[in-house]
Design a protein around this ligand. Sequence first.
Ligand code: AMP
Length: 476
Amino acid sequence: MQTDKMHEECGVFGVFGHEDASTLTALGLHALQHRGQESSGIVSYDGQKFFVHRGLGLVDDIFNDTAIISKLQGPYAIGHNRYATTGETLLRNVQPLYAELSFGGFTVAHNGNLTNAMTIRDELIHRGAIFQCTSDTEVIIHLVALSKKPTVLERLVESLQSLKGAYSLICFAEGRMIGVRDPNGFRPLVLGRLNGAHILASETCALDIIGAEFVRNIEPGEMVVITPEGVQSHRPFARAASKFCIFEYIYFARPDSVIDNKSVYEMRKKIGQVLAQEAPCDVDLVVPVPDSGVPAALGYAQETGIPFELGIIRNHYVGRTFIEPTQKIRHLGVKRKHNGNRGAIEGKRIVLVDDSIVRGTTSKKIVEMMRQAGAREVHMRISSPPITHGCFYGIDTPSRKDLLASSHSIQDIADFIAVDSLAFISTDGLYRAMGEAARNTAQPQYCDACFTGDYPVELTDCLKAQQEQITLDKAC
Ligand code: AMP
C-alpha cells in the first residue's frame, strides 16, 4: 500500500562558491517557506565530502542551531522545502535526496511532479531496484545510477528524457551545480549572483533575502551547468510550448517575487481590477481574505473606488489551513487563523475578495464569521476561475471529488458558503489581466489545467490507475 503521496509542491535553492553556502541556503529556504512547510533539508559539499541535514517542520525549527549549520561544510549547498497536504509524513521523503553512485555523490532537490514516475518506478522495482522512499524524485536518482552514459550530465539528460511532467531541479555532482527546468517550464527557477557566487532559487524573493542580484530566469527546457569557470547553458530537450503554471501568479508564489519579468504583486492587483470590471458589487467595503486575497482585493477596491478595510484579522502564528490533515481539524484551522474585525464591518455591506475556493471550507467559515461580526450583506469575489480539476504538475490539490467547483454550480457554491452573491474571474479575464488578448484555446499560453482540465502533458500514471482500477492519491 502506498503510505505517502507522490504529489507535492516545493521550493528549491542552491549556492555555488560561497564560504557561507549552507547559511545562505537556510536563509533562501526561509524565504521559500510558503512553498513547503512540511520538511526541509540541506546537502553541502566541501570539495571532498557531502554533508546532509534534513528534518520535519519549518526551516527555522530545523536549522535553528549554529552547530547544525557549521556541520554543513563547504562552499556548495543545495536545499529544499517540501509540502504535502495529506499522507504520512516520512523523514525518508525529505529532500534533497542523496545517493552514492558509481561516479561519486549525487544530490537532487525537485520542485514539481513527474506524471510517469509510478510507471517507471514499477519497471525499476521489477528489475531489482530498491527504493528508499515514496517520492517521485527518487526515480531520477535510479535512472542516473543505471545510465550507461559516460558523464553525469549525459546521464541526467538521458534520465530526464524518459520522464514526463513538471520539474525544476537543482542537482549537485562531480563538483558542479546543475539547474534544469522541464521543457514546458511548469515551475519557476531563477539564477542569481552574490559576490562571485552563483545562486539558483525557485523565486526571486529568495535572492532578495541574501542580497543576491537577479541574473535571469532559467528558461523552459534549459539546463545550466555551474562550475568555477562560470555558467554554461544547454538545451537538451526537444522544444515545447511554455506552460508556466498560472496559479503561481494567483496564489502560490510570494507576491514580492518577479516571475518572467512580471511582478506577482502587480499581476494579482491587475487580476483584482479585471475581476471588478467583470463582477462589480454594490457594497460599502472591500474586505480582503488575508493574506493571499490582499493584492487582488486592493486591485478590486482601486478599480471600483469602494473603500478597502481590513475586516478580517489574521493570526500569523498558524500555518496555512490547507495543510491540516483531516476535514474536522481543517475547520478548526480556519478559526484559529482568522477573526472578524467588528469595528470595521458592523452594519456594513461587504465584498470579500479571496484568491480561490478549493474545498470551500475557508470561505464558509469566513462568511459566517463576517455575519457574526455584524456585516449586513456578505458578497464574495474570487480572483481565480473555479478550480474544477486536480493539479498533477506539482501543486497539491485535493482529489477531484473534493474540489467544490468540480461538481457544483456557482449558485450551489454560493448557497453552500452562504453568501449574498458570488462571482469568479473568467478564464479570459484572467488572461487579459496577465497581459494577453485572450486565452489561446488552441495553444494556451499558461498551464491552466486546474480551471479547464486541459492537461498539457500526458498523465500516464493516472491513466494506468484508471485502467487498473487502483486508487492513487489523486484520481484523474
Ligand atoms: P478551501 O477552504 O479548501 O476552499 O481553501 C481555500 C484557500 O486555500 C484559498 O483561499 C487559498 O488561499 C488556499 N489554497 C488554494 N490552493 C491551495 C493549495 N494548493 N495549497 C494550499 N492552499 C491553497
